[in-house]
Design a protein. Structure first.
Length: 349
């Protein structure tokens, strides 16, 4: 008998596919996971009534341990119902892998998830999305990964989905306005222009539910708004196709001219750091030349190459070749450091 992973989708019990409903009715045991997204008692009661049997709730620890599920699936048809699509979460993927290693049959009945539904609901092209990232409740330093992921996507002109942590014990979601405010604070530390006050942001609330809303606008304005009951997701668009702009305008009820290209303002790590490195290298070059006095002719070729490498770094930076720019300025610094290591002069970087 298999262990079946059944996606509940984003529409609640009404969103269960027919094959999933048939499988649930035929199951010997059924569990509803309720730790990745809020599941009301009403939803659980509706599910029990629909399949005419008791569907038990499963905690995070129960699913991650998985031994009871695996043991029972050796002889019974066991179904694990998961909000959204089952294989979006790595926990379920790992459990399915354990099944296969133990020779236990496994099957997945897929469904919609917030990651697959967001693009269509907002009107963005699915293939223009980069890596998603989750915002968790924690100290400001925890936003570093979120910010760097967002920045990486923007430098490749891609959209970013910011998922929001759900804590089943306290039924707590990080409010979107707090998440946005935290990102604005993180921007002050990095200054890569990935999330500024005028960044264009979309907040999708209660996707697939009757109270669904989609709000859009500048980050600074949204950081002061309340978006109602959870769940929520945040999207930071990258470069937009004109059809995406038209769709957002229609869905969110805003003027097309209010929708800005976030990718155009984001600067790369090279753009942020290289100018400073080049400036320090040229300053060190001038100091080295002045310090050596008449001996500078002895190292004329070396100094010329330092200058050329620094110029190459600037040129590569303008051409968007960040890695080559870093290599070039590294060579320039290395040549000057060689003089320091040989004891010819002391260089202050």
């Amino acid at each position: 008998m298999p262990l079946v992973f059944l996606g509940l989708g984003i529409h609640g019990v009404e969103g269960i596919p027919l094959v999933g409903l048939q499988t649930l009715k035929a199951s010997d045991e059924a569990y509803l996971e309720k730790y990745t997204s809020p599941i009301s008692e009403e939803t659980l009661s509706e599910l029990n009534a629909l399949v005419d049997k008791e569907v038990m709730t499963a905690s995070r620890e129960f699913v991650e341990d998985g031994r009871i599920l695996l043991d029972h699936a050796r002889k019974d048809l066991v179904v694990l119902v998961v909000p959204g699509d089952p294989m979006i979460a790595t926990t379920h993927s790992e459990l399915a892998t354990r099944c296969r290693k133990l020779g236990i049959e496994t099957r997945t009945i897929h469904n919609s998830s917030v990651l697959t539904a967001l693009a269509g609901e907002i009107g963005l092209h699915a293939y223009n999305f980069g890596k998603p990232v989750t915002i968790t409740q924690g100290p400001p330093a925890s936003m570093a990964t979120v910010y760097s992921t967002l920045h990486s996507n923007l430098t490749r002109y891609l959209h970013t989905v910011l998922l929001i942590q759900y804590d089943v014990d306290s039924s707590y979601f990080v409010p979107p306005n707090e998440a946005i405010a935290s990102l604005l604070e993180t921007e002050k530390s990095y200054r890569w222009n990935a999330f500024r006050g005028d960044s264009f942001v979309i907040v999708a609330s209660r996707l697939g539910m009757s109270g669904q809303t989609i709000s859009a606008g500048q980050a600074i304005g949204l950081s002061k708004e309340s978006f109602g009951p959870s769940p929520h997701s945040i999207v930071v668009p990258g470069r937009l196709h004109f059809t995406e702009t038209e769709a957002i305008s229609a869905v969110a009820g805003i003027k097309p001219e209010e929708i800005v290209d976030n990718a155009s303002s984001a600067i790369s790590v090279a753009q942020s750091l290289l100018p400073g490195y080049v400036e320090k290298t040229r300053k060190a070059l001038v100091e080295a030349t002045n310090t050596l006095g008449e001996k500078k002719e002895k190292f004329a070729s070396l100094f010329e190459n330092v200058d050329l490498y620094a110029s190459d770094a600037e040129r590569f930076l303008q051409e968007g070749k960040g890695e080559l720019a870093f290599l070039s300025i590294g060579y320039a610094e290395g040549l000057l450091d060689a003089l320091r290591f040989t004891g010819e002069l002391e260089i202050q970087w």
